[in-house]
Design a protein. Structure first.
Length: 98
């Protein structure tokens, strides 16, 4: 697990949710001092806590540990669809002689 990415993404999601780190720690059922220590030292949280954190933040554990997760896949699919539509329009123009 890339712990630096994990904690950067956790902090980002906490900010997006508009809650404090203390409130997040409470939601994760982790003492704030422990949570703050893990973050400040880029420590790997136990897997069960990492999973709980992902669930509370509404993202996949894969995303938090540095992967792409569902969120990135959806965005990538949207981009591919957009590019395919553009290509189709260009091919139609070419086919019509324009």
């Amino acid at each position: 697990m890339n712990t630096k990415i994990f904690w950067e993404r956790v902090k980002k999601r906490i900010k997006e949710k508009g809650i404090t780190q203390e409130e997040a720690a409470m939601a994760f059922k982790i003492p704030f001092s422990t949570f703050r220590n893990w973050m400040s030292q880029n420590l790997d949280p136990p897997l069960s806590h990492a999973y709980d954190i992902s669930q509370v933040l509404g993202v996949s554990l894969e995303y938090l540990i540095g992967g792409h997760g569902k969120e990135s896949i959806v965005k990538a699919n949207e981009k591919v669809i957009s590019l395919l539509k553009q290509a189709k329009e260009e091919l139609i123009k070419i086919h019509q002689g324009g």
